[in-house]
Design a protein around this ligand. Structure first.
Ligand SMILES: [Zn+2]
Length: 52
């Protein structure tokens, strides 16, 4: 059994989006796995901020 370098992952491996509220890029998170397509904000804070 030689090798085992499959541990390293590329940083750009995860998808990312631009937050519709603060305009900053944010990366995919596990909690969004189910509805990543519907995610528009980087956090709950931004999500509620836009409603203001
Ligand atoms: Zn944001």
């Amino acid at each position: 059994m030689a090798g085992g370098t499959g541990k390293m992952r590329r940083k750009g491996d995860l998808p990312s989006k631009i937050c519709a509220a603060c305009g900053l890029p944010f990366a995919w998170r596990k909690k969004w796995a189910r509805d990543w397509d519907a995610v528009k904000f980087c956090s709950d804070r931004c999500r509620s901020a836009k409603a203001a």
